[in-house]
Each structure stands twice: as C-alpha cells, then as structure tokens.
Design a protein around this ligand. Structure first.
Ligand code: SF4
Ligand code: SF3
Length: 545
C-alpha cells in the first residue's frame, strides 16, 4: 500500500504498512483500485454525456465511491470488493450503450478495458494502479492534488444530493478531472490549470450545499449549545449528514431518548429547523480523534454518518452504528429503506437499554455565524473595524487531528491580540472554542460558521466585506488565513479559496506530503502559500509587526 492523502501520513511521507488512521493494507489497495475503476467510469460517462445517454445513477455511484475513500470514512474490505465489482459492471453497461450508439469504445485507457476474471486479481491490479504508478513526482503530485480535491467535492456533492440538490456541471467536471488524472498527454502546466478549475467547482459545490442546507433547514443563527448532559439515555450522532440527523430527531420524538451531537455535527444546532426538537440536547465531546474516550463515556449508541471514524475499541464497538458510505467490519450499518428513509428504530431501542451519558463538561458554546447571520451584523462589524476595535480577522477554519503539534492552534488563539476575531468552520474549532476568549463590543472573538463545508460562508463574508469597504482585492482586507488541514475535504476548501483569489494562506500543522517540491514551489510563488512556524513569530508575521 501507499497512501499519503491525509496530514497524519506516516513520517510525513506516506503510509506503507498500515495507515496511521488504522486503514489496513488490503483496504488501502482496494480503495486505490476503486478509484481506478471510477476513473474508467468517468472516461466512459463523459462520452455518454456527449451522446445524451448518461444516466443519473452514474452520478450517485461516483460520489458514493469517491466519498467512501476519504480518510476515516470506510474501513470495510467487503464494502470495497462489492463496490469495485459494481463499478466494473456499471462501466461495462455504459460501454455497451456507447457501442450501441455507434461510439468506438476500443483502445481507450486501461481503466476502461481492464476486465478481471475473478476477485483474486483485484490485489495484483491494485499494486499496479496506486499513487506510485505515476513515476514523475510532479505529475503524480498534481494528479493526486486533483483526485483529492475531487474526493472532497464528491463529499459535499453527496450531502447536497441527499437533500435533492444537484448540478450536472459539477458531475461533468468531476468526470473530466478524474479522466485527466490518467491522461499521459497532459503536462504539469495543464494539470496546474486543472487544479485551479477544480477550485472553481469546489466553490460551486459548496455554494450548492449551502443552498441545500439553508433552503431545507433555514439559515444558521446565533445559538448557545449546551455541552453538559441530561438524565435520559441518549444517542450520539457524528459526521456531517444533516438529513440523517433530521430523520433521527423525527424518530426519537417522544421516546424518552435524547440526541446529542459529536464532532462535525455540532453546527446542526445552529439551524432553525432543528430547534423545534426539545430532545435535541446538546453537543457531547470534541473533535473526532477524541472519540475513543468520549464514545466510551457516552454510554449510549453512536451513529456515524460520515467521517471521521476511528477503528472502534471493544468497549463501545457494539454500540456503534454506521450509515451512508461509512463502514467498518463487524459494525452494524443502517441502510436507506425502500421508501428512501432510514429506519433508526434499532438504535433507539438500543439507547433505551443504556445508561445516560457521563458528564465530561459543563457550560455552553456559541456558534451560528454563517454568512447570513454575520451579514445581518455587518454594520456592527464594519463599525468595529472602522473604529479600530477590530484590527484583524483570522480565518482558522479546517480540521483537527491527533498530532501533538496541533496544540499550536490553541496557543495561537490564546496569544492573539484581544482586538482580533477568529473566523472558523470545521472541526479545527475544538482547539479553541471553549477558551472563553471574550467579545469585542458584543461580537464574540470566535465566530463559528459551521462545518468544514461552511468555509464557503467565510469566503462569502470576506467578499461582502471587500464590497462594503470598496476594495478591489479581497487580499486588501484585514483578514489572515491560518488554516489547519487533515483530510481531503480540506483540499477542496483550499483549492476553492485559491480560486477565489485568496493569497498568503498558511497551512498546518504540516504541508501536504503529496505536494512535490516543485508543485509546492508553484503554490508558494503563485499564491503565497506558507506553513506555520511558532506562535510568536507567526503572530508578528500576520500582524505585520
Ligand atoms: Fe495514512 Fe492518512 Fe492514508 Fe490513513 S488516510 S493510510 S493515515 S495517509
Ligand atoms: Fe473534521 Fe474529519 Fe476535517 Fe469536516 S471530521 S473537518 S477532520
């Protein structure tokens, strides 16, 4: 196996024996093969699109498959074996239709023609098509940058899709991008251009998801979220899928079971639609990597709707449930029923047999500062900037992770001058959202817009401020970007920000291993991308002193 798609990759270069995330060699190889098969589908479906014979089910298959390979989503070998078989048969179905429509489907790429006689050939093939099969390190780097960006796009596209929102242009681009990553005729310059185009579609998919979420559940608004516990048994829901949460809240009504959020589900509390449920109790715990302790003390069942899952401990494995594209061998999976809904009754009955959660914290945190809410406070914000009460904003969105070096983000937040405001989104917030950093004229010093996809909101806010201040360049605003990344959704967020023209983004705790020195150099020269050093020097650098 060779995987270097996330920030925690072994030795900062690549996981080769087993993932630091817990992914086994078999699963890593099967994920590579599934991606390869999806590239074959992408090549065929682009042709089917031209002929007007592309089918809807291909879109969903692509986003499901891509999403499943994101870090900490699916660790189940059987899931990937099944998915690869389905991918090959879907590809062949599209090929047959193309042939019927008079399109020549011979002599295309190997991902289109490869035809194993049995499952046994999967592993041998996986060894030939993984990351290292591209020899030139710059081409490899760009191909992976694009592939990871497309994975992130698939995740956000998936969430919009389940709420009934989709955009054919986004699917079309995903196919084009995937096909490009196996096209040997493309140069490094071509791939750099394609990576930027990936950012454009990253903006589009996050805008689409924002529309899906806010049209379905209303605009996030300032909300206090309880971080303590109640006396009833509870269900803990984690991941990013708001539709799953909605169905769970509906089905738990009147059962005496409370629902708590974990990790990236925290921002669900900010949506008006979920406030009507009195049993939607609060948020329990912190970012994903602390789940081994927090799932244990929660006592009740846990529903993982997306990443980040870590291989469960035996102490709570029997209380863990997965749904959607999440999977782990030996963990119960809740499928979509024939009516298009999920039946969570087994989890609810399970909860009734459990003790209430053990309290690990007390108090409240405040969030809900997505674009609509912040823009409704725009006058106040603009006045604070004009009067000098707010000197600078720091976008600290992104991911959290296990590495000790991420303590930097807590220290950085604490050390920031008191006349600065942190704009955040994603699970990175847990490094500083309970620090009581105070407020500036009633504006909290940590403004949480929501999940990682709500980084889009932060871009909307920046663009609006640019307009209000009459600036011709978003980089002239008093906003600095000190972003923490971990998995591939952060890659699409980064590419989206670059597409929007944001410069001088600092990325940590380490730069991606998949950036070759030359590709990193392009990003530094063109966009001023940088890493982090230490809190004191970085604050001086950002504050320009
Ligand atoms: Fe390693 Fe990250 Fe890949 Fe897991 S996802 S195998 S930790 S690089
Ligand atoms: Fe976190 Fe996994 Fe990325 Fe959605 S839950 S931000 S790491």
């Amino acid at each position: 196996m060779f995987c270097y798609q996330c920030q925690e990759t072994a030795r900062g270069t690549g996981c080769t024996l087993r993932g630091v995330c817990g992914k086994t060699e078999d699963v890593a190889n099967l994920q590579d093969l599934l991606i390869y098969a999806l590239k074959g589908i992408a090549i065929c479906n682009a042709k089917a699109r031209e002929k007007g014979i592309a089918e809807e089910k291909t879109n969903k298959f692509l986003i499901d498959g891509l999403f499943a390979t994101i870090t900490n989503v699916n660790f189940d070998k059987n899931y990937f074996i099944k998915k690869i078989k389905e991918a090959l048969s879907l590809r062949d179905e599209i090929k047959a239709k193309l042939a019927k429509a008079g399109v020549n489907v011979e002599n295309l790429h190997d991902s289109v023609s490869w035809n194993p006689s049995s499952e046994k050939e999967f592993f041998a093939k996986a060894g030939q098509v993984g990351v290292l099969s591209t020899e030139d390190e710059d081409i490899r780097s760009l191909r992976q940058l694009i592939t990871y960006g497309v994975k992130g796009m698939a995740a956000y596209g998936y969430h919009a899709y389940v709420l009934g929102y989709k955009d054919e242009k986004i699917f079309e681009f995903m196919e084009k991008a995937l096909a490009a990553t196996v096209d040997d005729s493309l140069t490094a310059d071509d791939l750099v251009a394609l990576a930027m185009e990936t950012g454009k579609y990253g903006v589009d998919v996050m805008a689409l998801l924002d529309k899906a979420n806010t049209s379905t559940y209303g605009n996030p608004e300032i909300t206090k979220v309880d971080i303590g516990v109640r006396n009833n048994p509870g269900i803990l829901i984690s991941g990013h899928d708001l539709k799953d949460l909605e169905e769970l809240l509906e089905q738990t009504q009147g059962t005496g079971v409370d629902v708590y959020t974990h990790g990236e589900m925290l921002p669900a509390h900010y949506y008006p639609a979920f406030k009507k449920y009195p049993h939607f109790a609060g948020n329990y715990g912190n970012a994903w990597w602390q789940q081994d302790k927090e799932f244990e003390s929660f006592n009740g069942p846990i529903l993982m709707t997306t990443n980040c899952l870590i291989p469960p401990k035996d102490s709570y494995k029997d209380r863990l449930y997965t749904t959607g594209v999440v999977g782990f061998e030996g963990v119960k999976h809740i499928p979509v029923g024939p009516d298009g809904k999920k039946d969570f009754s087994e989890i609810i009955e399970h909860a009734k047999r459990c003790q209430p959660p053990v309290e690990i914290e007390k108090g409240e945190i405040v969030g809900g500062f997505a674009h609509n809410q912040v823009l409704s406070l725009a006058d106040k914000v603009v006045d604070a900037v004009k009067s000098g009460a707010i000197k600078r904003f720091f976008v600290m969105a992104g991911c959290d992770g296990r590495m000790k070096s991420r303590q930097y983000y807590t220290d950085f937040a604490k050390a920031l001058p008191k006349d600065t405001v942190i704009l955040t989104a994603g699970c990175a917030k847990y490094r500083y959202n309970k620090l009581n950093l105070g407020d500036i004229n009633g504006i909290p010093r940590v403004l949480d817009a929501g999940q990682c996809n709500d980084s889009y909101s932060l871009a909307v806010i920046a663009l609006k401020l640019k307009e209000v201040f009459g600036l011709d360049d978003v980089n002239k605003l008093p906003i600095s970007y000190n972003i923490a990344w971990y998995e591939q959704k952060a890659v699409i967020v980064l590419l989206a920000l670059l597409y929007l023209g944001v410069k001088n983004i600092h990325l940590g705790p380490t730069l991606p291993a998949f950036l070759s020195p030359n590709v990193a150099k392009v990003l530094v020269e063109k966009f001023g991308i940088g890493g982090i050093s230490n809190v004191d020097d970085d604050i001086k650098m950002f504050m320009g002193v």
